[in-house]
Design a protein around this ligand. Structure first.
Ligand SMILES: [Zn+2]
Ligand SMILES: [Zn+2]
Length: 166
């Protein structure tokens, strides 16, 4: 499966199924969405599809830049250098990528849960169509752990052209 940025110059290739699809409601994702002009759902959620790093073929490093909410943040969001479209969120040392579901343009795998709903101003207003986890619940962490074991406990490194700030 190939995902391409809106301007068409940058794409990445996925192999196999995702680890899990989640809607993240955390404060950082909402702040990043505002600064990166990324779409937010009606409840303030950012839709992600989590993939093992070894199942994603990334574009060349000069096509990607790192965006951090603060200079020393342990997470970064990778945007394209062509049109500054957010591609994914990466935790330092993480073995997975949280790909922005917007890249699927409406055809992303449906979310299996919401995470970090405790960060929302009014979590009680959320519907109960899928589980609402206050933080990152056990099912979420187990899915990530199983993927890491399947990868032989490796965490591939990702290079980008440099930093991006807005
Ligand atoms: Zn988040
Ligand atoms: Zn582009």
């Amino acid at each position: 499966m190939i995902l391409t940025c809106p301007c068409g110059q940058t794409s990445l290739t996925l192999t196999g199924p995702p680890i899990i699809a989640v809607d993240c409601c955390c404060t950082s994702c909402r702040a990043a969405a505002q600064r990166l002009n990324a779409p937010l759902g009606p409840h303030g959620e950012t839709a992600f599809v989590l993939y093992r790093k070894d199942r994603v073929t990334l574009p060349p490093p000069d096509r990607m830049a790192s965006f951090r909410l603060t200079p020393n943040a342990t997470t970064r969001r990778i945007v394209t250098t062509c049109c500054h479209t957010p591609l994914f969120l990466e935790f330092r040392g993480g073995h997975w990528l949280s790909l922005y579901a917007a890249l699927w343009r409406g055809a992303a795998p449906p979310p299996q849960m919401r995470t970090m709903v405790a960060d929302l101003p009014n979590p009680a207003a959320l519907p109960h169509d899928i589980p609402n986890a206050r933080t990152q619940n056990t099912r979420f962490m187990l899915a990530l752990l199983r993927a890491w074991v399947a990868m032989g406990l490796r965490s591939p490194k990702i290079q980008t052209a440099g930093e991006f700030d807005v």
